[in-house]
Each structure stands twice: as structure tokens, then as C-alpha cells.
Design a protein around this ligand. Structure first.
Ligand code: F0G
Length: 435
């Protein structure tokens, strides 16, 4: 069976050519996903092939996404792949973070080591390559910052024109700066993420622009490889839990799909449980999972969190995310601004660091272990989605004790580490260091 697009709705499952430009099922409006036949290789052959490629100097093999190309076979011509050598991100143990989270051990899969500093690069290399394959010249996305930084880079690298839409005043400067530097036409709209997404979907059709939001099924394919790489790095030993932050819910959809497919292909024999963590002021998926009726998500009209990456009230991928949580016996947790800020500082003290949204993972783990949902001796991988330098303003404000939450509440710098100002005087500096 060649690669196809399929509607995810059980009652529909309509199929379309992989080269059709579709974001929703034209028959029922459901979300679409890429589906494939079985690869030619056995599970053991795939493991050996993927491991051997790590010593290769070929660009496709050096990419931590395209190294796993038999797992994402939607292109028939790899010569047009646009890669910035994404993926290849490390597994880093964090002793202090484990202790803080109530675990014996904790390992972070740090997607902030990607070329533009977030997990979006894993998906964008696929989305941008498909855009080239389809003959697009202009690509667009709406973003809380990381998608736009990533899209701007990959589109420019591919010779496409990137157009990005961002909520005015609601993304960090680090991310906005990246979009400008990578040459995107940058439109700041006076509306929130959810409102702008609706606007951009209309504009994409009207102006013939290819959309690279996470509703784009090829981005999800790329993000699947984060799980393949994590398991490859662990010699295919399956953890008990994979924990990640949730915003638009594309990443959880990708991880769930990837893990199910790896099991179907015989590369693993069981699924880890997935835990999604949302910011308390932007937690519509948490509400859905705790509601009696899970047939529709109640959007939050005014989502609020300082973790702007996950400030999303109407996540488009929720039906996919729900399916993956059910398949993996997963859970959803929510955490406060104070919990995110403190967890982030603890991750920093491990010498690791991350952006605010990523720290929701550790804050969530701490709650899940204290509630007895996650055992202290569980084997846990937490995915840090973005680099520490994405949002330096937040860090400086936390450590100097001036960080205010979305409703003006003061965030306590529990692990604050403010810089000091001293005169140019060696005695005074020596005194300070001795104190
Ligand atoms: N962490 C970071 C650092 C993010 O940038 C995002 C999403 C998420 C977590 C949540 O992932 O949406 O797949 O559930 N950022 C998007 C953006 C929305 O526009 O950059 P998700």
C-alpha cells in the first residue's frame, strides 16, 4: 500500500492521495493522518539499519528525523528533503529534578538541542519537505513562537517564502527575533492564537498558501521520530512513562501515533503511559479528560499563562490526543504558574535548563507522584520541548523576584538566584564570596 492520507474518524476513515492539499477530511471534517503499508524490512533489520546510519556523513542519515525514514515513508523522492540536521537530541539524567519530582531517577529528552531550539524542527523538516514536493512557493503558520521560528528557518532554507502570524505582544522576544532573522514576513495580529488560527485557515485557501501548523499531518510524522530516537537511544527499552507539555496537542498526537506504530511493526512490545501536562489557566484538555461527556471539547475563551508556548484555549488536535491517551492508558495533569516557575528553576540547577512550557513536565511529575498515580521507582522520560534561551526575560524576572503571573499575582522566587552589583574592589568581592 502506498502512503495515503486517512480521516481519523472511525465512522469515516476516508482515504486520499498523499499529495492532496488537505488539512481536514472533505467528507466529514475530521482530522487527517498519514498511513502506510508495512516496510520491506523486519523490526531487527530496521533497528540495525537505523543504528548503522549514526556513523554516516550523509545529510539524510545525520538528521535524527530522516535517519528513520522507513518509519515516515510519505516522500517518494528524498533528494528534495530540507534538513538542518534536526533531532539527534540527548537523553540527560537530572538528579535534583528526580528528587524534586518524587522519583528515584528522571531522564530528560531535550528537544531544545534542535537547530532552532525546539521540537518543532522535527516536524518542520517533514512539513517543509512536503511543501517543496507539492510545488508550494509560500508557506504560513500561526504560532505561539516556536513553530514560527522553526518554519521561518526551514522555509528559508528550502527557498520558500515564510509568512507567520503571531498573537501581538504574546510571544517571547527570543522566538520573535528568530522569525525576523530567518526572513519571515511577520504579521502580529491583535487576537489570541485560537482566533488567528481560524483566520489563517481562511487566508491559506484564499491566497493558495500551504499551511504548516500542526494540523498539517506531515509535521506530526516528523514529531513521531522523537519517540523512535528516544527508544533507539535506550536500546529499545520502553519506559513506564513519557511526560510532555500540552498546548495545541500536536506533539502528544505524534508521540502516541509513533509509539503505536512502533509496536505494530514489532520494534517494541508494549506502550509507555503518556502524561500530558497543561498550564492551569489554559487546560481545556485536562477539563475534557475529567468530564462526563468527552465527545466535545469546551474551549477556553481567554487562556492565561506565562508559559506562552502553551497558551492555547481551543487545541485543534484534541480528537487525536484523546485517542492516544486512551490507547496508552494516559493521564492529563495541570499545574499552576508558581509550580511551573519553580520546576523550571530546578531543571536549571541540574545544568540543563528549558523554557517555561517545558518545565510543566517536572511540575506535573511532582503532582502525579504525590497523588500516587506515578510510582517513585517508575522509569520516566520527560520531554523538554524548548531551549532555556527562548525566554530569557522570564528567567531574569523570576530570579530577581519581579515575575508576575497573568492575573498580576507575584511569583515567589523559591529558587531565586539574583545577580549582585559590587564596586570594582577586590576586597569587597572577596568578602562577598566568603560570606
Ligand atoms: N512546548 C513548547 C516549547 C511549545 O512551543 C509548544 C507548542 C508546546 C510545548 C505544546 O505542543 O502544541 O504540540 O501540544 N507551541 C506551538 C507553537 C503551539 O506555535 O510554537 P503542542
Amino acid at each position: 500500500m502506498p502512503a495515503e492520507l486517512a480521516c481519523i474518524e472511525e465512522r469515516c476513515r476516508a482515504r486520499f492521495a498523499i499529495t492532496e492539499i488537505l488539512y481536514n477530511c472533505p467528507q466529514c471534517g475530521g482530522l487527517l493522518e498519514a498511513v502506510y503499508g508495512k516496510p520491506a524490512q523486519s523490526a531487527d533489520e530496521l533497528k540495525a539499519l537505523w543504528r548503522a546510519r549514526r556513523t554516516s556523513n550523509a545529510p539524510l542519515d545525520q538528521s535524527g528525523v530522516w535517519r528513520y525514514r522507513e518509519f515516515i515513508p510519505f516522500l517518494d523522492d528524498f533528494s528534495r528533503v530540507v534538513t538542518l540536521r534536526e533531532g539527534c537530541t540527548p537523553l540527560l539524567p537530572g538528579r535534583r529534578a528526580a528528587e524534586y519530582g518524587g522519583l528515584d531517577a528522571l531522564v530528560f529528552k531535550h528537544q531544545g538541542f534542535n537547530p532552532t531550539g525546539s521540537f518543532k524542527d522535527n516536524g518542520m523538516t517533514c512539513g517543509a519537505s512536503q511543501a517543496v514536493q507539492l510545488g508550494a512557493t509560500r508557506v504560513a503558520c500561526v504560532s505561539t513562537g516556536n513553530t514560527s521560528a522553526s518554519m521561518a528557518a526551514y522555509a528559508s532554507a528550502a527557498g520558500l517564502q515564510p509568512v507567520i502570524f503571531i498573537p501581538y505582544g504574546n510571544i517571547s522576544f527570543g522566538k520573535l527575533a528568530q522569525a525576523l532573522e530567518y526572513g519571515a514576513k511577520t504579521i502580529q495580529v491583535e487576537a489570541n492564537f485560537d482566533q488567528i488560527l481560524a483566520l489563517v485557515r481562511q487566508l491559506a485557501d484564499r491566497l493558495g498558501i500551504y499551511l504548516l501548523n500542526s494540523i498539517n499531518p506531515f509535521r506530526i510524522e516528523g514529531q513521531k521520530t522523537i519517540m523512535a530516537e528516544m527508544l533507539d537511544q535506550r536500546d529499545w527499552s520502553v519506559p513506564d512513562w513519557v511526560v510532555l507539555p500540552g498546548g495545541n496537542l500536536g506533539n502528544i498526537s505524534a508521540f502516541g501515533k509513533g509509539l503505536r506504530e512502533l509496536k505494530e511493526l514489532g520494534l517494541i512490545d508494549r506502550l509507555p503511559r503518556l502524561a500530558v501536562v497543561q498550564a492551569a489557566g489554559a487546560a481545556p484538555f485536562y477539563d475534557l479528560m475529567h468530564a462526563a461527556d468527552r465527545s466535545r471539547l469546551n474551549a477556553i475563551e481567554h487562556p492565561e499563562t506565562l508559559a506562552t508556548a502553551i497558551k492555547i484555549g481551543d487545541p485543534v488536535s484534541w480528537p487525536k490526543a484523546l485517542r492516544e491517551l486512551d490507547a496508552s492508558d494516559g493521564v492529563v495533569e495541570k499545574v499552576t504558574e508558581q509550580e511551573i516557575a519553580d520546576a523550571k528553576a530546578v531543571i536549571g540547577r541540574c545544568g540543563i535548563g528549558c523554557e517555561p512550557a517545558s518545565a510543566a513536565t517536572l511540575a506535573g511529575i511532582r503532582k502525579l507522584t504525590s497523588a500516587g498515580v506515578m510510582r517513585h521507582d517508575s522509569d520516566v522520560v520527560a520531554v523538554l520541548t524548548g531551549n532555556v534561551l527562548k525566554d530569557p526575560g522570564y528567567i531574569h524576572q523570576y530570579h530577581t523576584g519581579v515575575l508576575l503571573g497573568p492575573t498580576g499575582e507575584r511569583i515567589t522566587p523559591t529558587y531565586g538566584n539574583p545577580p549582585v552589583v559590587l564596586p570594582n574592589d577586590s576586597d569587597r568581592i572577596a568578602d562577598f564570596l566568603a560570606s
